[in-house]
Write a protein that binds this ligand. Sequence first.
Ligand code: SF4
Length: 338
Amino acid sequence: MQNPHVVRNLIDYAAFGRSESFALRLVEAAVDGRPFEHPSVMNLPDVSPVIMGQSELYPHEVCGKVEQFIGCKRKCKFCHYSWARKYRGPAGDYIQTSVAASSPEITWDRLRGIDRKHGRIRSALDGFSQRLRACYGKRITRSDVIGGIEHVGSFGGTSTVLAYNISNMPTETDADKKELYATFAEAQPKGRVIVVLQSTPFRPSNLTPMQWEPVRLAPTMSDLSAQVIVDRPNLRAMHSFSNEGPWSHLVTVVAERATAATDACWEAICFAPKLQSNPAADKVRRLSAHFDLASYLRKYEIDEPHPADFLTSFTQKEKLRAVARRMRAEAERTSADV
Ligand code: SF4
């Protein structure tokens, strides 16, 4: 749970973060109809200050495996997982699944380290341009993008790279998008590589240095779904078939930045008949005609009150603010250079 406002009248308790160390006691309290006192639990409907829960590695086997790590040390500026979860696990850093797996998920900088052909690999770029990636967390250069594709294709045959991306980043322009297209076009893999770009629009996740950043519903990435970026015998790069549209983007942002004042808007999102059946773009227009959406979409000053100020984590708010100030200044400076 990150923000309980939209469900606070429907549920009794909200647990923030890992809860396995107290989940059984919480269930016992629920059975007895008692409040449950814990720094990571809210007794709803009161929204009170709460700490995103930490935990040790889960000590028991699940399906024959034990948990290896939690958290991530890389600190991409948009990543709730990294800023709200202290890393615990072996030395080294984030690898979601081992490269020994049949369809591994690895960070882009490790693509050049794989030593055999994989039919399908999942990785992440998280920004259309080198500038955006550098501002918001990923030190992936243009030559890393090219080198990764060429290395994946060096084993011959056909390989597919599913590249997760974040679109609609603050300060993003068409020039950033075109940079990635041009970068893909420069890659000359020996075998055939298919790159599928899965772009999810940016959301200012709470408890991250980007929580104060603005949300941009346009451009609409769903309009680019399935469009081909590069098509040659050795490389096909294309947008995913299922990029997210502006309505689901907006709804999730409303939930994440909700306050008690959101109730009427949320009621409309869930139940207003005309919002249940119309095309997505029309729903956004209709909702904006009846509600002021600025508090969900706007840029917040880093020192002003924020809708999720009730939340804290192991990362001190002052630290988040300091990182946010530097990041915002860098994004604005480099965007002026473009
Ligand atoms: S987005 Fe960045 S910080 Fe978050 S898990 Fe991935 S590599 Fe780690």
